[in-house]
Ligand binder design. Sequence first.
Ligand code: NIG
Ligand code: FE
Length: 427
Amino acid sequence: MACRCDLLIHSATQLVTCASPGGPKRGPAMREVGVTENGALAIADGLIVAVGASDDVRAAFDAPRQINAGGKVVCPGFVDPHTHLVYAGDRAGEWEMKLRGTPYLDILAAGGGILSTMRATRQATLDWLVEQARERLEVMFRNGVTTCEIKTGYGLSVEAELKMLQAIERLACTHPCAVTTTLLAAHAVPPEFESDPDGYVDLVVEEIIPQAATWFAHDARAARVAPMACDVFCEANAFTVEQSRRVLMAGRRHGLAPKIHADQFSSLGGVAMALELGAISCDHLDVTTAEDRARLAQSSAIATVLPAVNFHLGSTQFADARALIDAGCALALSTDHNPGSAPCFSLMLVMGLACRYQKLTPAEALNACTINAAHALGVGDVLGSLEAGKQADVLVVDVPDYRHLAYQFGVNPVARVIKHGVEYAYR
Ligand code: NIG
Ligand code: FE
């Protein structure tokens, strides 16, 4: 007698689990995605209850709703572990300047870049921020992202950072995509503190972090998905290693998991510092040294690389993701969606860039956008792979082979998104 479940997906040409029960995948394990041909998956109460060969799962389970995934790939919902999705305005004008040769850091130093988005974001109402970001989140969701991290960092004052947190919280409450929250108050030094950057770090440490942590603990529903993280942009023209340390330590005192933007343009020592503080991820890593790669490999932190940034900035230099994996790191990929360095909506495009320019295999790229990305947010035990007991975040993709996720580009082949057991159909 078959057990009853809510939803049965069967006959998948490939069912790809990305299963990794012992933690994130690192080194050679990243080359395995776990493919079952003619695979099936049973879902009950929003959770995965069985994964395996179609004949076995169908013999054991029956469901009122069944999806025939013949000719298609079934895989975990993607996890985007690094985005700046809430902002006002855009930076298409600056992008054109960059195309004509003005460097990113020069635009930032002249009050553009992050600061121009800060001005637009401070002026925007909460409702407008939410409305704009919801449209972006919807596009990401349709492109397969079922869990998305969103950072603050365009407010850069107590009031405006809290407004960004509220915007993220509203998205978490009103969109099916799971949203995790990261406080990035130390993203740039705002103009009021131009001549006193340490004064801004004092404000972050003494006021923004404590108020944000209190708000999150009492008012945020997003807390049910993951704890809030604390991030810092450790870079020339942003924050030094010592300033970054102060920020991450203050975050830790308030229960926020440390994350860092490190080694995007210069290798200042941010990786070693963040690892000392128990960072859950180190992100960018474009100019990371072999020594720091070895440190990352020895740590439990996820190494997150963001090739859409290099692509958007028109660079042919990418983070050495191959060397990170070969050193034994657990690698994740992300869009880094933001209006300045990566207005990117597609993790499948990011996988394609990583395979072509960073020498990842399609399997490594898929693990980097699922199970490892979930660990970069501290939710790898409940999300990021198709394993019995995990949340049912599943994609049915109209491709015959998982490699097509990175092989095709300029198209969205996602046919159905199943989030926490609820089905959304797009084709
Ligand atoms: O991750 N590098 C710093 N922060 C973002 C860019 C933000 C912006 O330019 O608005 C990043 O690339
Ligand atoms: Fe970023």
